[in-house]
Design a protein around this ligand. Structure first.
Ligand code: SAM
Length: 240
């Protein structure tokens, strides 16, 4: 069943792809607004999905909770990113750097651009960079509609539990695609929206169908969905 869903989605993407053209031509599907927002939502919809509110920096400790190592298996995630030592990796919505610092160890000749829109999150990462004398993590203050990354310069963009919070997902993804080198990859991790047993509020989850639908707006190839994580999908897309 899953294979069939994927086949249908890939076929849909192939039909759409000649229409997508170059970066400047990406069609904007538009946003819709509802008078009432759901709990935790912002009342703004993208391709049928209500966008979630942003997790405030006041909850930064939650990102570093000890049980997260078995709930989200960060070392296994990084291993499955298949990084090269000189890769330039952007971690968008990096929060406290839970993934960024792990990635930094795998790219000793490269660097990690750890972005966030909350300066307080950047301050947490900067403190750690200084304390541990980390050489290859750079913090970047993004905007809600701009990942603030250099064009054609990034090998891998990672977004963990962050994309569903983007209030301007189209603008953010356009910036992501523009930042990637040809062959660069987008790795997206989201709690599984199809699975009611995942104990996370609905707007903080995404289904595979929805993620693939939103990514198909851009010239990205859906390479794989890895499902080794207890609660999340790990999606891999690449720029041709
Ligand atoms: C739930 S946290 C996840 C943090 C980190 N990725 C992790 O897994 O530990 C989501 C983060 O995304 C950030 N965020 C939300 N919208 C953003 C945007 N448009 N650009 C960059 N960061 C954003 C939030 O400020 C927050 O720090």
């Amino acid at each position: 069943m899953k294979y069939m869903t994927r086949t249908i989605l890939v076929a849909g993407m192939l039909v759409l792809s000649p229409l997508l053209g170059h970066a400047a031509d990406y069609e904007h599907p538009g946003y819709e607004h509802a008078p009432d927002r759901s709990e935790g939502g912002i009342g703004k919809f993208y391709m049928g999905r209500e966008i979630s509110g942003v997790m405030g920096h006041q909850a930064a400790d939650w990102l570093e909770r000890p049980q997260r190592t078995h709930e989200e298996m960060p070392d296994e995630v990084v291993a499955n990113m298949n990084l090269r030592p000189d890769d330039v990796v952007a971690d968008i919505g990096a929060g406290t750097g839970y993934f960024a610092f792990r990635i930094a160890e795998q790219v000793p000749e490269g660097r990690v651009l750890a972005t966030d829109i909350q300066p307080e999150m950047l301050a947490i990462m900067e403190e750690r960079i200084e304390e541990e004398a980390v050489r290859n993590v750079e913090t970047v203050l993004g905007a809600i509609d701009d990942p603030a990354l250099p064009e054609n310069a990034v090998d891998v963009v990672l977004m963990v539990d962050a994309y569903h919070e983007f209030s301007h997902p189209w603008e953010m993804m356009k910036g992501v695609v523009d930042s990637l080198k040809p062959g660069g990859r987008v790795i997206l991790i989201e709690y599984r929206g199809e699975d009611p047993s995942v104990p996370i509020r609905p707007l903080h989850k995404m289904t595979e169908v929805q993620v693939v639908r939103e990514m198909s707006v851009f010239d990205l190839h859906w390479d794989d969905t890895l499902d080794f994580l207890p609660w999340q999908h790990m999606f891999i897309f690449s720029k041709p």
